[in-house]
Each structure stands twice: as C-alpha cells, then as structure tokens.
Design a protein around this ligand. Structure first.
Ligand SMILES: *Cc1c(COP(=O)(O)O)cnc(C)c1O
Length: 402
C-alpha cells in the first residue's frame, strides 16, 4: 500500500513550474463553506471573478471559466471555433506546443507544424526548443495560403517545458501583414498572472489559461477569453461540443452563474488571488517575477551550466530551464534532490528528457525560498558529481541583496 500520510518536517519545496506553491491566504479562502451554486451569494462571486479575470487577460471580451485543467480549455478553444477537418497552423516551441498539436490531431483537425529553422550547438536535436516563435515563418506560410484554407494559428505564450516566452504581438502582426483571416489562439496556461499578457492589444481571438501556474491556485479550473471574431466563428463551427460550448455559459454568466455546477471553492481561491493581484498591482507582480528569474539565472550562470532558453530577450519570468552536462542524467539529479532535500524540480519533457531540469520561480515565493531552492540544487549537483564553475547561491545572494 502507498503510504500517503508521510510528511517530512518543514515545508515541501514545490519548485516545479506548476502546480505552483499556493499562498496560505488562498488556501484559507478555499476552505470557506461551499454554498448553493444557484443562490444569490454565488451570483455575486461569479460576477466578481469573471470581471477580475477580464482585468488579468486585459480584455473586455467574455472570459469563460471551466471546472477543468488547462487541457480542457485547449480543447474548448478548438471545438468552439472550428469544424471537423479544418486546417490549423501550430508553431512548435516545445513539449506543450507538441501536446496541443497531438490533441488537435486526435480531434480530427488537420494540423500543420511550423518549427524553428536554425542550429544549436548545445542541443542539436532540440534547437527549436531553445527558441521562441519565429513570426516570419508564420507570415511566409500564411502568404502561401492564398485560398485561406488555414482557419487558425495556434501558439504558446510561455512554453513551460523550456522557459521561453514568445512575442505574441509579432504573431498578430504576421497574420495582419499576410491579410489572412485565420483566428489567433494562444495558450497562456503558465504565463497568465505572472508574465504580462494583453488579449485585446495583441488581437488574440482565444486566450487559454489554467489555474495552477501563474495564477497561484491549485489545479482544477481553466479559462477561455474569447474575442467577438471567435464568437462569430463559433456560430458556424461544426465540431461537436456540449460541455465546452461557449453560448450557454456566456448567457448564464450574465448573472454570475454557470449551466452546470462550478468549482465553488476554487472560485473562492480565485477571488482571493484576484484581490492579491489588485493590492500589489500587476506591474509590480510582473517586475517581481522578472527579478526572481534574473536571480536564478545569476546562479545558473555562476554554475557554468547553459540555460535552456538560448535567446536572452525571451527568458521566461516563470521558470528557468537548466541544461546538464552531456552524460549526466538530469532526472537522477532531480530524484536525488527530491529525496535528500524534499525539493521538487521540473523534469525535462519530451525530447529534453534527462538533458535538463526546470526551476519554477512562481507562486508563493520570496528571495529566501528561492535561495534555499538554489542551495538544494547546488548541493544536488555537487552530490551528483557535476563540476561547477562557481557557487550559484553566492551569485544569487549578491543579486538579491544588491
Ligand atoms: C500545464 C500546461 C498545459 C496543460 O495544462 P493542464 O492543466 O496540465 O491540463 C498546457 N500548456 C502549457 C503551456 C502548460 O504549462
């Protein structure tokens, strides 16, 4: 039998890039009593969290909240806007972009992948997984599509498997320059709430997010922000849909209610997270994550290990990927660190398996939790026999105390 009641002393260090550590304030809010999902109190809660999420997405468009993980919201974006066999263009930035492509293929869409054209000396077999979206390749492909067979362009904003954040405004620009009518669908499942995101300004048609990463909540709810053009497309889209259908939800959301039972307690948590964002101010939240990311990178640089993101202008504020030396299994280091120090790091996903690990710097963190995390990583690297150029912890201390 699995022993589920074992807890080491002290707090577990959950430093994966989602689920992120949930602030105590949010956990307490989630423990409020569950209420009648058709009662008056619930309507007020529903209206508050929808309006709050519009501010986080930076939009006036409807925001739909699903009782589902991010994968559900991916599926919802596709089934509401497309018809069976429709042609979609996806840019492969990493494992999550590849998974979204797999999901779209399983749903009967005709997917086409565009990926980075270039070389990489550190990871020759995963060159594109160290880079962001090359919008010029999307532009070229759309220009060739004179019959407008491509119905949607699907991209990932913050690629959680690599720690690379792409320029979404540039993708919009590419679609506009090609004068192509394709919808723009963007996954900001890990970025939203911790990295700047602008649904309206960037002209996104469907923005997709989830609760357990940048929004600091437990897993279980996810989001679609939907433009008027996306709603228009949903009126003629023929993919079968019932649970995910926007129309009934948008109608009932006018009163703060949902057609089926919502995740009431997670909505309490969302309401609390929105209050916290409001109190701190989103620009301060973004700056805090940028600073944490820079401190963690100072450590990785001092160790002399390559950062997964090869483009300095695209470093993720949410997580940092660390490439281990060839012949050293990154997963063995992760397992050792988990066992010895009760610290969880993100694994290398897909073709990065064993070649890198990921340090999450999001959720309920501060300078000292990050320094402790870096100390755990540094000790684990040394115990694994990795030759380090210097102390990352000392560099991060210098950065954080400057
Ligand atoms: C986590 C994640 C997903 C998948 O979301 P789930 O909540 O695990 O279903 C998709 N895309 C990105 C970028 C993610 O970080």
């Amino acid at each position: 039998m699995i022993k589920l009641d074992f807890h080491p002393t002290g707090r577990h260090f959950l430093q994966i890039p989602g689920p992120s550590p949930v602030p105590d304030r949010i956990l307490r809010a989630i423990s409020y009593p569950t209420i009648d999902h058709r009662g008056p109190e619930f309507g007020a809660l529903g209206l508050k969290v929808i309006a709050g999420m519009q501010k986080i997405f930076k939009t006036n468009d409807p925001v739909i909240i699903y009782p589902a993980s991010g994968t559900g919201a991916w599926e919802a974006a596709l089934v509401n806007t497309l018809s069976p066999g429709d042609h979609v263009l996806m840019f492969e930035t990493g494992h999550f972009a590849a998974l979204w492509n797999k999901l779209a293929t399983r749903m009967g869409l005709k997917t086409e992948i565009v990926s980075y054209q270039g070389n990489d000396s550190v990871l020759p077999n995963a060159a594109g997984w160290r880079q962001g979206i090359q919008a010029n390749l999307i532009l070229e492909r759309l220009k060739q599509d004179t019959t407008h067979s491509i119905k949607a362009v699907c991209v990932v904003h913050n690629e959680t498997s690599t720690g690379v954040t792409s320029d979404i405004a540039a993708v919009r620009q590419a679609i506009d320059t090609a004068q192509h009518p394709a919808l723009l669908l963007v996954d900001t499942i890990s970025g939203l709430g911790s990295a700047d995101y602008r649904h309206d300004e960037w002209g996104v048609d469907v923005s997709i997010s989830g609760s357990q990463k940048g929004l600091m909540l437990p897993p279980g709810i996810s989001f679609n922000a939907v433009s008027p053009k996306a709603i228009e497309a949903s009126k003629t889209a023929k993919m079968p849909r019932a649970f995910w259908a926007w129309d009934e939800i948008i109608e009932m959301n006018k009163g703060g209610y949902w057609p089926s039972t919502s995740s009431t307690n997670l909505l309490y948590g969302l309401s609390e997270a929105l209050d916290m964002f409001e109190e701190e101010g989103m620009d301060n939240v973004f700056a805090r994550h940028q600073r944490w990311a820079a401190g963690v990178r100072a450590a990785v640089n001092a160790w002399g290990l390559p950062i997964q993101c090869a483009d300095q202008s695209l470093y993720s504020p949410i997580l940092t990927g660390v490439i281990t030396p060839e012949g050293v299994d990154a997963d063995e280091i992760r397992k050792l660190i988990q066992k010895r120090f009760d610290l969880s790091l993100g694994t290398g996903l897909g073709k990065l398996k064993g070649r890198m690990f990921r340090i999450g710097h999001l959720g309920d963190s501060n300078d000292l939790t990050l320094l402790a995390t870096l100390a755990g990583v540094e000790m684990g690297l040394k115990l694994s026999g990795v030759k380090l150029a210097g102390s990352g912890v000392l560099s991060a201390m210098d950065y954080f105390s400057a």
